[in-house]
Design a protein around this ligand. Structure first.
Ligand SMILES: Cc1ncc(COP(=O)(O)O)c(C=O)c1O
Length: 416
């Protein structure tokens, strides 16, 4: 049975063979082997539908948005604002005014650090967890330096889960914000957001969710989550790079000062002062990434068409299959064994540096990531400089996991 056929059989909910035909990049050989792209936590591939939407925009509709009176500018504006509506619907925000386009998760978090940070005082506290990506650590450290705020870190256990009791203990009268990942990119741990957010809200503490690794793996409803801010990146959900979203609760957004000045974010400008545009434009200074937003809208259409539940179910099967496939590799240790995980397997193999392993796997056509995954504190906790990380998307197959296993076996023969 072919790889694709076997997968259709093992995951009846999703026609993986059909899905893969939408991703031209997957259909190629690397170093004489079929490409097995298992680096999805770093960035997803894009389907033809997204590539075509961007190409169509540039071929037919490009002009600057919002300001023009001519037809192309109307079309560009309609497509750009249409993408905002799609995002609003996708995450079930109450209003389109709550959807701010950014460059990605990193910029979304930095926006809040700048805007909210300007309202914090020395001694105010921000709570994060030990699982965070650097982009949810460093912006707060910059605020520690510039405004004297204090950063509190929720510890993790040996499975890579956060210690909830310690989290509750860290919430105090000076805690202003809890900023946590939905899913750890380094380990795949799914954080208990419901509990985290409920505890913060009981104490009137704002919550920012870094949804970079959550958005494409499970349905997201910001109203049900009840978070104040939700950040994500287009390229981690089949959309373009350089585009992302900050969802922010409107009542809070109204109280925040602009974070960047320029065109589009103002209502009036004079040398005696300026006034600000309505939401969300107040937080989108300058010409935006119009094509990026349109591509993101097309990615949302694509994912919705497949169904996030189906995606989650297929990825759950891949994770199960992957963990079983690697279980008896001599000297292999899976790092991050949380009860709740998405389809990420981080591991090290005794005696083989992750970078060497990644290079040898590439010779076999297998693309994984090796290194600290922008989560150095997690690496430090587990006493490693880095890990090898295979991360699966809905277009991956069990056959590709077999290819990973066989490439690892060959690497072991080579290095031992
Ligand atoms: C959990 C998490 N947060 C934030 C980021 C940063 O995303 P971006 O580089 O798209 O801004 C990443 C990227 O890997 C991530 O995995």
């Amino acid at each position: 049975m072919s790889i694709a056929a076997r997968d259709v059989a093992s995951a009846s909910l999703l026609d993986v063979a059909a899905v893969r035909r939408d991703f031209p990049v997957l259909d190629q050989e690397i170093n004489g082997h079929p490409l097995a792209y298992l680096d999805n936590a770093a960035s997803y591939q894009r389907p033809t539908q997204v590539i075509d939407a961007i190409a169509h925009y540039y071929r037919h509709d490009h002009a600057n948005v919002h300001r023009g009176v001519h037809t192309l500018s109307h079309r560009a504006t309609e497509a750009y604002e249409g993408a905002r509506d799609k995002v609003q619907r996708f995450i079930n925000a109450q209003s389109r005014r709550e959807i701010i386009f950014t460059r990605g998760t990193t910029e979304s978090i930095n926006l809040i650090a700048a805007a909210l940070g300007s309202q914090l005082s020395a001694g105010d506290e921000v709570v994060i967890t030990h699982l965070e990506h650097h982009s949810n650590i460093v912006p707060w450290q910059l605020l520690c330096e510039s405004r004297g705020i204090l950063l509190k870190v929720v510890p993790i256990n040996s499975q890579g889960e956060i210690e909830l009791d310690r989290y509750f203990d860290l919430l105090g009268p000076r805690t202003r914000l809890v900023s946590v990942a939905q899913v750890s990119n380094a380990l795949g741990t799914v954080l208990p957001l419901q509990t985290i957010i409920a505890a913060a809200r009981e104490r009137d503490i704002l919550v920012l969710v870094d949804g970079a690794q959550g958005i494409a793996h499970q349905p997201v409803d910001v109203q049900t989550l009840d978070c104040d801010f939700y950040a994500f990146s287009g390229h981690k959900m089949c959309g373009p790079t350089g585009i992302g979203v900050l969802y922010a609760r409107e009542s809070i957004l109204q109280t925040l000062p602009p974070w960047q000045g320029g065109g589009d974010m103002i209502r009036t400008v004079s040398f005696s002062g300026s006034t600000w545009n309505d939401l969300p434009y107040r937080f989108e200074a300058g010409t935006p990434n119009i094509a990026g937003a349109i591509g993101l809208g097309a990615a949302i259409d694509y994912l919705e068409n497949i169904g996030i539940q189906q995606i989650a179910e297929h990825e759950r099967r891949l994770l199960e299959y992957g963990e079983a496939a690697l279980a008896d590799v001599p000297g292999l240790r899976i790092i991050g064994t949380a009860m709740e995980k998405v389809s990420v397997i981080s591991f090290d193999i005794e005696g083989i540096h992750p970078h060497d392993l990644g290079t040898v796997l590439d010779h076999q056509g297998v693309a994984i990531r090796a290194g600290h995954h922008c989560a150095m504190p997690v690496m430090e906790f587990f006493g490693v400089a880095g890990t090898a990380r295979a991360s699966f998307a809905f277009y991956n197959t069990t056959g590709e996991i077999d290819q990973l296993r066989s490439a690892i076996d060959q690497a072991i023969v080579m290095f031992r």
